[in-house]
Design a protein around this ligand. Structure first.
Ligand SMILES: Cc1cc2nc3c(=O)[nH]c(=O)nc-3n(C[C@H](O)[C@H](O)[C@H](O)COP(=O)(O)OP(=O)(O)OC[C@H]3O[C@@H](n4cnc5c(N)ncnc54)[C@H](O)[C@@H]3O)c2cc1C
Length: 297
């Protein structure tokens, strides 16, 4: 289906895009990669009267290493992150970018658009939640920096005001001894995961000093599995500790039954994904180069 007619506006700077949003009001939407917005418009679930295109704003697509952090311009495409040696210094970022949909979607979709969309099935929020991540929000009067945990409010709901946009995403580099992994289970490449697990931990020998575990697609937003983290923190990662973390992750999940699987199925699945992600994260924390890919049905 074709979208309803709309007015197209091309912004030449992020400031101009914000000014356009203020001027055009609630009927205006930003266009980044278009990989969520355009399908919604074609299905007529979204019917904006004005589109403000960010794609011609110079200097919005970059990956910079600066002051112990990686900085991503809002329009940095998933594919640029997938192919970036700088981003690969935090391996969980590569796991995420390389597993999103297919090449076509990764070539267009952006990190800023993904966070702004806050799709409960989106991959970036799950992964970035395990790291120290801040979202820079540019408004008409000022830029504010919002921790990711405060940025995503609910399914499809963020802390952005109507006349604000995501200008940059800043990810602090994890400390020495860290390792992370992101594993999703998918029915095929160009679909969202059935469930996913992101783990970022710090090892001191064979003891887990600290860990963050986030679950994807099993709730309205990414879920922090706090009891699963507690089962590992300060412990040697034995089979018993792994089983306790798996069980706690299953208990933390709050999945909906849908075409991707039943509630029980997703709960069982997410526990297994957490276990695999912990195992890979541990090996990476010990300096091993481990390639990890999503699991396909
Ligand atoms: C077939 C298919 C499969 C997919 N599979 C996956 C998947 O497995 N995992 C996954 O994570 N994603 C998946 N996606 C979504 C894809 O990752 C999108 O890129 C992403 O959700 C949105 O990014 P975008 O740049 O395309 O945003 P757009 O579609 O352009 O915009 C999305 C929303 O965010 C707003 N927006 C965009 N940029 C900004 C900004 N800088 N500041 C504020 N608001 C902004 C827009 O106004 C709009 O409301 C899939 C998409 C398709 C079409």
């Amino acid at each position: 289906m074709y979208p309803r007619a709309f007015h197209y506006h091309r912004a030449s700077s992020l400031k101009e895009a914000v000014a356009m949003l203020s001027q055009l009001g609630d009927d205006a939407k930003l266009l980044a990669g278009g990989q969520s917005l355009i399908p919604l418009m074609k299905l007529r679930f979204a019917n904006p009267q004005h589109l403000v295109d960010l794609n011609f704003v110079p200097g919005t697509s970059y990956i910079k290493e600066e002051g112990g952090a990686l900085r991503f311009g809002a329009l940095t495409r998933h594919a640029e992150i997938e192919n970036s040696a700088t981003a690969a210094k935090i391996p969980i970022l590569h796991d995420c970018a390389a597993g999103i949909a297919d090449v076509q979607v990764r070539n267009r979709g952006t990190i800023g658009g993904s966070l702004a969309e806050a799709d409960p099935s989106g991959d970036w929020a799950v992964v970035l939640m395990t790291l120290s991540t801040e979202v820079c929000c540019l408004g008409a009067k000022k830029t504010r920096t919002v921790p990711l945990s405060d940025f995503i409010k609910d399914a499809y709901t963020t802390a952005l005001a109507h006349d604000e946009l995501v200008s940059e995403v800043v990810v602090k580099a994890p400390p020495k001894g860290s390792g992370g992994a992101y594993i999703a289970f998918k029915r095929s490449a160009p679909v969202y995961p059935t469930a996913s697990a992101a783990v970022q931990l710090i090892m001191d020998g064979d003891v887990c000093k600290d860990v963050v575990i986030a679950l994807g697609c099993v709730g309205l937003t990414a879920i922090k599995a706090k009891d699963a983290e507690a089962a590992l923190r300060g412990q040697r990662i034995t089979d018993k500790a792994l089983s306790a973390a798996m069980e706690a992750a299953r208990a933390a999940a709050d999945p909906q039954s849908d075409m991707r699987g039943s509630t029980d199925y997703k709960r069982a699945l997410v526990g297994a994904l957490v276990k695999r992600a912990i195992e890979v994260a541990m090996r990476r924390a010990h300096g091993e180069q481990v390639e990890v890919g999503h699991i396909y049905a």
